[in-house]
Design a protein around this ligand. Structure first.
Ligand code: TYM
Length: 338
């Protein structure tokens, strides 16, 4: 059986989204809406793998609405494309349990993100954090999604999802039951790095707010963060060979190219030999001009939380209409009476 093309992706509502989320994923989602049917979720169930508890509940609700608003403000059209939060579609959790019984401990032991996120105290991490990539596989497979647009950091999780799909198909005697979902990792900024350290990726959880540009930052905050971004003492390179061992310069040039929609070589040629100060001013202006309208639209949408909740509910109904029959088939294959 050939599976029809379908895109699924998601983001965690943990703090606010940043430029890495936008350039690595969201910008591509908007483009893909014109190519294939898409589903985009806000993965609130993933967000509780780290900070959960009564004290975090209100933040999670607020962040979920904010992420949904960011999707819409960036150009995802909820009339065409369901936008929903994972917690409203119980089939994600149901399939995750079945897939937890398919995935092997040895496979999860190799996941580098768990090692990074659990840090030195693995035994204190939640079990949910450990099995997080299995829930991610369920997010994708519960719709039989074929394409998953993400940043580079999700590649290993996607490989795991493919292994889980293949093992399910094999163990339950249905060679084409689940597709092999394809990662779609495109653009010049598939891994945006921290503005403070070119060796670390830009992240929602970095303790330094100066390390990232948030989608909610205003023009002054953006200009300040770019002005203070770490660079090296050399002028801008004249060729991509000269970028070797200059991670901060490479990162800023990649961001510029991605925001301008230009090829990186063209950006290198445009700024070759110049000082960082002038380039940073141009980069700040470009960033403000691209993110400003998104931030303003997010603010407008967030003024009406009931409308966002309605969009999420509507999206969840549409998503469930796809997931329920697939989950019924899974239950039958497994042997559950339904
Ligand atoms: P999350 O919430 O960490 O990130 C959301 C998306 O943004 C991309 N991204 C980046 N891209 C470039 N540079 C960066 N510095 C950067 N930081 C983040 C991520 O690759 C991602 O595409 N596990 C996922 C969420 C998830 C998911 C899914 C994704 C749950 N279920 C199903 C796809 C399909 C995550 O934590 O992404």
């Amino acid at each position: 059986m050939k599976h029809s093309p379908l895109v699924l992706s998601g983001m965690q509502p943990t703090n606010t989204l940043h430029l890495g989320n936008y350039l690595g994923a969201l910008k591509n989602w908007v483009r893909m809406q014109d190519q294939m049917p898409c589903l985009f979720c806000v993965v609130d169930m993933h967000a509780i793998t780290q900070d959960a508890g009564y004290a975090h509940a209100a933040d999670l609700t607020r962040s979920t609405r904010e992420v949904a608003a960011a999707y819409i403000a960036a150009g995802v059209d909820p009339k065409r494309t369901p936008i929903f939060n994972q917690g409203q579609v119980p089939e994600h959790g149901e399939l995750a349990w079945v897939l937890n019984c398919v995935a092997r401990l040895g496979w999860l032991d190799r996941m580098t993100q768990f090692k990074e996120k659990s840090g030195k105290h693995k035994e204190r991490a939640s079990v949910g954090l450990y099995t997080y990539p299995v829930l991610m596989a369920a997010d994708i497979l519960v719709y039989r999604a074929t394409h998953v647009p993400v940043g580079e950091d999700q590649k290993q999780h996607l490989e795991l999802a493919r292994d889980i799909a293949a093992k399910f198909n094999n163990d339950f005697g249905a060679p084409d039951f689940f597709p092999q979902p394809e990662p779609v990792i495109t653009g010049t900024a598939t891994r945006v790095m921290s503005l403070r350290d070119g060796a670390k990726k830009m992240s929602k959880t970095d303790e330094s707010d100066a390390s990232r540009i948030n989608l909610t930052d205003d023009a002054d905050a953006i200009a300040n963060k770019i002005k203070r971004a770490k660079t090296d003492p050399l002028p801008l390179p004249a060729s991509k060979e000269e970028l070797k061992d200059r991670p901060e310069a490479e990162n800023l040039l990649n961001i510029y190219a991605a925001l301008a929609g230009q090829d990186r070589d063209a950006v290198i040629a445009q700024f070759a030999g110049q000082q960082f100060s002038g380039f940073k001013t141009a980069l700040a202006d470009l960033t403000v001009s691209k993110l400003g309208p998104i931030t303003a639209e997010m603010r407008r949408l967030l003024a009406d939380p009931a409308e966002i909740d309605r969009i999420l509910k509507n999206g969840a109904d549409k998503a469930r209409a796809i997931a329920t029959p697939i989950m019924d088939e899974v239950k039958k294959r497994v042997g559950f009476i339904i």
